[in-house]
Design a protein around this ligand. Structure first.
Ligand code: TYD
Ligand code: MG
Length: 454
């Protein structure tokens, strides 16, 4: 084995130092440096055959890239049409969100149609995995389960069985005997991922690894992990809601705009055909404080109800609360409503909720949130067949948003007739113009309010 020496590595960002530091010089976090024994790197990533020479790009052969369909079509879509042979895919998400369930469904899908799948678990017993697989309803002898933490042993088994896919659940429980630090430490996670990368590229066997996320939502271990792999997916959602969104953060073989929407059911994850319809199913009609937003989840328009409740503050500081929407953005929108529209909100509590457990991080949600607040404050309902979208600026102007046409088309398909959109977006609409829809361009929040409160 190679010579070892001690070093200190930040558990957040992976920065290294030869001595212990209270504050990481890389990311500025306190108490994140911990001791690790470094192993001299002898391996590098291998992506082409030894002895390969540079060649014109037009001569590069791409035909050898057939994709493996997993049978979970939302998963395939997020990957850009299935798994590419030799790809290393990282799937991150909160505990209990359904990562193991998703990959077990992918595993059973491939096992049934393509060939053996090796499911490695460092967290659960083989019996637990079997019980889950039975719950999902499909059991195939092509699905090989292996409860092991030692990566060397795992790779030997993988090379022997030559499966169509290897699944590692999770990278934080794996260890390589060459690195003396504990499983889950930066050194181990990095070393194990490096080895898996080399294995996938050399053998052409795709590997999916599950990664835990830290409390601030990043995949635990260094950011470096995300740079090493080919594809990074995040599986998100609120535990108490059925909806789960699979999103690509990085994809070397496709776009990162696709997202897959699932719901967690009694028998595993189900693909949701019409999420907008489901999201709006329980919407109260004609209630003040409820506004429908056309939201882009990647390239996919979704209709989401925004609810606001504004009530007089009893005493002291007014309370503001946002669920599924950025808190600071809410404060900003309330200041705009106060100063530019003249709503007296300073002595009002305000609560805003994006229904369905979605996290709305898109500028187009500004106007619907502002209108929901105004609607609740004035106790005036917004027409139930109106959809609102637009970014709000600090002077109270309504700014243009992307893909207005796709959003309107999705809402029109669900029976919505009136649209309050940024004035700047109106000239760009072509197709939806002729569809008999009532499209209102608003240049300011006040104009939008005039349009929705008749
Ligand atoms: P799991 O896949 O173990 O989550 P993770 O690997 O991300 O930690 O699934 C977690 C939750 O999903 C668990 O609380 C139970 C629930 N679940 C269902 O509701 N239906 C099902 O069919 C399965 C398998 C799990
Ligand atoms: Mg799990």
């Amino acid at each position: 084995m190679s010579k070892t020496k001690t070093k200190f590595v930040c558990q957040e960002c992976g920065s290294e130092s030869s001595k212990w530091l209270g504050r990481c010089p890389g990311c500025g976090e306190w108490n994140t440096m911990s001791e690790e024994v470094a192993v001299k790197k002898t391996e590098t990533r291998l992506i082409s055959a030894p002895g390969a020479k540079p060649k014109p790009i037009s001569m590069v052969d791409t035909s050898a890239m057939p994709r493996i369909l997993t049978g979970v079509s939302e998963f395939d879509r997020v990957l850009g049409g299935g798994i590419v042979p030799g790809a290393l895919v990282l799937i991150g998400g909160d505990p209990g969100i359904g990562k193991s369930t998703l990959l077990l469904q992918v595993a059973t899908g491939i096992a049934a149609a393509q060939g053996p799948v090796l499911y490695i678990s460092g967290e659960e017993s083989a019996a637990q995995i079997k019980i889950r697989a039975e719950r999902l309803g499909k059991i195939s002898n092509n699905l090989l389960v292996f409860t092991e933490n030692n990566l060397e042993t795992i790779l030997l088994e993988a090379l022997q069985h030559k499966p169509a896919l290897v699944i590692i659940d999770s990278i934080q429980t794996m260890y390589s005997p060459e690195v003396p630090s504990a499983p889950g430490s930066v050194g181990q996670v990095r070393e194990c991922t490096g080895k898996l990368m080399r294995f996938s590229k050399e053998s052409g066997i795709p590997t999916a690894i599950i990664g835990h996320v830290t409390k601030d939502g990043n995949i635990a271990g260094p950011r470096l992990l995300e740079h090493m792999v080919d594809v990074v997916l995040y599986f998100e959602g609120e535990n108490s809601f059925a909806f789960r969104v699979l999103r690509a953060i990085k994809n070397r073989f496709g776009s990162t705009n696709e997202s897959g929407i699932f719901s967690m059911e009694e028998h595993g994850l189900a693909e949701v055909a019409n999420p907008s319809g489901l999201l709006l199913a329980e919407r109260p009609q004609g209630a003040p404080g409820s506004v429908v937003l056309a939201y882009m989840e990647g390239v996919r328009p979704l209709l989401i109800e925004i609810q606001a409740l504004v009530t007089a503050t009893c005493f002291g500081m007014p309370r503001r609360m946002a669920a599924g929407f950025d808190y600071n953005r809410l404060i900003l929108l309330m200041a705009v409503l106060e100063k530019r529209v003249g709503l007296m909100l300073a002595n009002q509590d305000a609560y805003v909720n994006a229904v369905g457990g979605f996290k709305i991080a898109e500028p187009a949600a500004d106007l619907p949130v502002a209108l929901a607040i105004a609607s609740s404050f004035r106790s005036m309902a917004v027409d139930a067949r109106t959809v609102v979208m637009g970014e709000v600026g600090l002077t109270g102007e309504v700014r243009m948003i992307s893909r207005a046409e796709a959003r309107i088309a999705e809402a029109a398909a669900l029976g919505f007739k009136r649209f309050v959109i940024p004035a700047g977006n109106v000239p760009g609409l072509k197709m939806v113009r002729s569809a008999g829809l009532d499209i209102i361009g608003a240049a300011s929040v006040s104009e939008a309010m005039e349009a929705v409160f008749l």
